[in-house]
Every structure is written in structure tokens, then in C-alpha cells.
Design a protein around this ligand. Structure first.
Ligand SMILES: *[C@@H]1O[C@H](CO)[C@@H](O)[C@H](O)[C@H]1NC(C)=O
Length: 373
């Protein structure tokens, strides 16, 4: 924020403060959140003592412990650099804002190498035209004018709580599972949290555990192997393990019969936002995006509108769409970075950008599981 002019009395200070708060509220839905950098003065960002205080509070809030004093110093430097980035960007962007979160002690490279995990091998890459566009798209005939203005599958009890992939490039498994949980809830009325770990351990044909994968390969695995177990019976380990389902009957280690089945999956026609919205009006949809932009690391709220490219590196799940108060159309996206990131673990991403790939390439590689009633 710009350095405030020297003020001579308290009431003027208060007035300025109120003006500042009000203009922020007008700018975005409700901009400052607890522990956001928004609201800190220039002083806070230049005074060494204030910065140390801020860092200590950050460490306490996210239960950070560093192995040595040197490490702590190093992390403090990274933290300050991130803080400057957040402050700088918050002055430039208007429809969303950045804030400190648990990733604030990671350099951007560290972050990118740890928390993503999409390997768009066979599908996508954008250059080849691909052959999937000839596939079945069951929502093709849907009349766009008949679609609701907004859809939020969270409100229809079709979305489980936000999960956390942690330091494992398993986003593809989380994206897959959220879409399967969604169609299962819609078809059966039973919202059950399902196992990402099973996909990491067992869906190895095309997928690579903590080193990346693709949602379509995972859908294919679930359809071909009799379904997916519950999260409870096959919990997340944040690392690759041995597949606990065997073809032989009676394996002691094998969890009970798979809980949820799907019939198959379909791809949303590429680079076609209207098709994505048609599908999304009917069920949560797995989407791939480029999430390696630095602002993604610190997204804290609002309708995100970049900057980002379209080189897909992260799998997430679209769970709705709508229009914000300022008229920005968005897609609601469930991420797998825990509930402290973004809007309680979600990000609203701008749609209707006129780029056919969509913001961060979100229209490029969408797909969804199918399930017969
Ligand atoms: C929902 O599905 C899960 C997994 O199949 C099952 O354990 C649970 O009993 C079901 N709940 C209801 C209310 O049917």
C-alpha cells in the first residue's frame, strides 16, 4: 500500500483507515483476511523488527520448525522475498488478492517441484490436434440457454472436504477422486470420500504416483478394476506404496470390496468453454491447468485472472460456476493444497476470457467419469 501521508491527529488517522478499508471492500468481495498482507503498512514491510514478528507469527500459525538456525535464516529471506512479491502484486491486480499462507517460506521453484503433478503425456500438450475430440460427449445436445446461471455442487452435497496432497505430485489422483465422488453422490445420493492412495499405488498404467499422472488413465483404471475403495479403508500416505488390492482372493491386507464404481469416462471437447459449462452443470469435472505461476502459490481470494500460461501442470476439479458481484464470470475449482490455501481450499477462476484455451488452459483437457444409475 502507498505510504500514508504524515497525520497529525488520531481521528484523521482513523478516517483514513476507514476510507482505506471501505475502498478495499468495494474493490473485491471482502479483501483483507486475517494474516493477509493487505492491511500492513509500508512500515511493516521495511522494519526489520516487524518483519521478524510477522515471520514468527507465520511460523507459529503453520507450526513451522526449522532444523537449524541457518535454515531459519534462509527461510526468513525467502519469506521476505515472498512478502514483497505479495505486496507488489496486490497493488497491481484488482479482482483477486494474494496473502501469506503455509507456502510463504518456499521459493517458487521449490513450490513448483513439490505441489503439482500432472504429466500431460498422451493427451493435450496443445500442439497436436489429438484424437479425443471425436469421442462421445453426452452433454453435446444440452441447450445452453436452459442452463442455470450458477451451479455449486458443494451446496448439493456432491463435494467432500478439501484434501491435501502434501509433498507428492499426486494432484491427478485428487482431481480424479473428486470427480468420482461427485458423480457417485449425484447418482446414488451417497457422498463418500474415496481413496487417492489406491490410485497412486495401483493405477500405474500411464500414471507415475507422486511423480505425476493423468486423470483419464485413473478413470480408466477405476472403470476396469471394479471401482475404488473409500478413503477410510485405503487412507492417504503422501508417498507411493504397494498396491493393496490383488487379483487373488483372501489377501489379508486387501481392504473390503471396492465401494464405488463408475461406468467409464468421457472427454469434454477441447478448448470449448461452453462444452465445459454444459458438463459442469451436470457434474463435477476434472480439469487441468497451469498452476505454476507465482501468484497461484499465494492466491488468497477473489476471481483469479492470471497471469498464467496454458502449459498444463496441475490437475484439479471444477465444481461449479457463477458470476461475481463485479460481473466477472468464474469457474469454482477445488484444489488439493489443504483448506488454508485460497478460499478455504478453492479458487474462483475467471471464465469468458475470449482465449479459447481458457484461463490457465482450463478448457484444454477436461474430462468426467460416467456412472449408470
Ligand atoms: C455410502 O456408501 C458407503 C461406501 O459404499 C457405505 O459404506 C455407506 O454405508 C453408504 N451410506 C449410505 C447411507 O448408504
Amino acid at each position: 500500500m502507498a505510504a500514508p501521508p504524515p497525520v497529525k491527529n488520531l481521528s484523521l488517522t482513523l478516517l483514513l483507515l476507514m476510507l482505506f478499508v471501505c475502498s478495499c471492500l468495494a474493490l473485491a468481495d471482502h479483501r483483507p483476511s486475517e494474516f493477509s498482507i493487505v492491511g500492513y503498512s509500508e512500515d511493516d514491510l521495511t522494519s526489520h523488527d516487524k518483519l521478524i514478528e510477522l515471520f514468527e507469527r507465520f511460523m507459529a500459525k503453520y507450526k513451522k520448525a526449522y532444523s537449524s538456525f541457518e535454515e531459519k535464516l534462509k527461510r526468513f529471506e525467502v519469506f521476505k522475498d515472498n512478502l514483497n512479491h505479495i505486496d507488489d502484486q496486490n497493488k497491481k491486480v484488482s479482482s483477486y488478492w494474494l496473502g501469506l499462507n503455509e507456502f510463504a517460506d518456499l521459493t517458487h521453484d521449490e513450490f513448483k517441484s513439490t505441489y503439482l503433478g500432472l504429466s500431460p503425456a498422451r493427451r493435450n500438450s496443445g500442439d497436436d490436434s489429438g484424437d479425443e475430440d471425436g469421442g462421445v460427449f453426452r452433454y453435446d445436445d444440452v441447450d445452453v440457454s436452459s442452463l442455470p446461471k450458477e451451479v455449486d455442487w458443494r451446496k448439493k452435497n456432491a463435494v467432500t472436504d478439501v484434501k491435501n496432497q502434501g509433498q507428492c505430485g499426486s494432484c491427478w489422483a485428487f482431481s480424479t477422486v473428486a470427480a468420482v465422488e461427485g458423480i457417485n453422490a449425484i447418482v446414488t445420493g451417497n457422498l463418500t470420500s474415496l481413496s487417492e492412495q489406491e490410485l497412486i499405488d495401483c493405477s500405474t498404467d500411464g500414471n507415475n504416483g507422486c511423480n505425476g499422472g493423468l486423470m483419464d488413465y485413473a478413470f480408466s483404471y477405476i472403470a476396469a478394476n471394479g471401482g475404488l475403495h473409500t478413503e477410510e479403508s485405503y487412507p492417504y500416505l503422501m508417498e507411493e506404496g504397494t498396491c493393496r488390492r490383488s487379483s487373488s482372493e483372501g489377501d489379508d491386507d486387501e481392504p473390503a470390496a471396492a465401494a464405488v464404481t463408475i461406468s467409464g469416462y468421457e472427454d469434454v471437447p477441447r478448448n470449448n468453454e461452453q462444452a465445459l459449462i454444459k458438463a459442469l452443470a451436470h457434474q463435477p469435472v476434472s480439469v487441468a491447468i497451469e498452476a505454476s505461476g507465482r501468484n497461484f502459490q499465494f492466491y488468497s481470494g477473489g476471481v483469479f485472472d492470471g497471469p498464467c500460461g496454458t502449459r498444463l501442470d496441475h490437475g484439479v476439479t471444477a465444481v461449479g460456476y457463477g458470476t461475481a458481484t463485479k460481473g466477472h464470470d468464474y469457474i469454482i475449482v477445488k484444489n488439493s493444497w489443504g483448506s488454508h490455501w485460497g478460499e478455504k481450499g478453492y479458487i474462483r477462476m475467471r471464465r469468458g476470457t475470449s482465449k479459447h484455451e481458457g484461463l490457465c488452459g482450463i478448457n484444454k483437457m477436461a474430462s468426467y467419469p460416467t456412472k449408470n444409475a
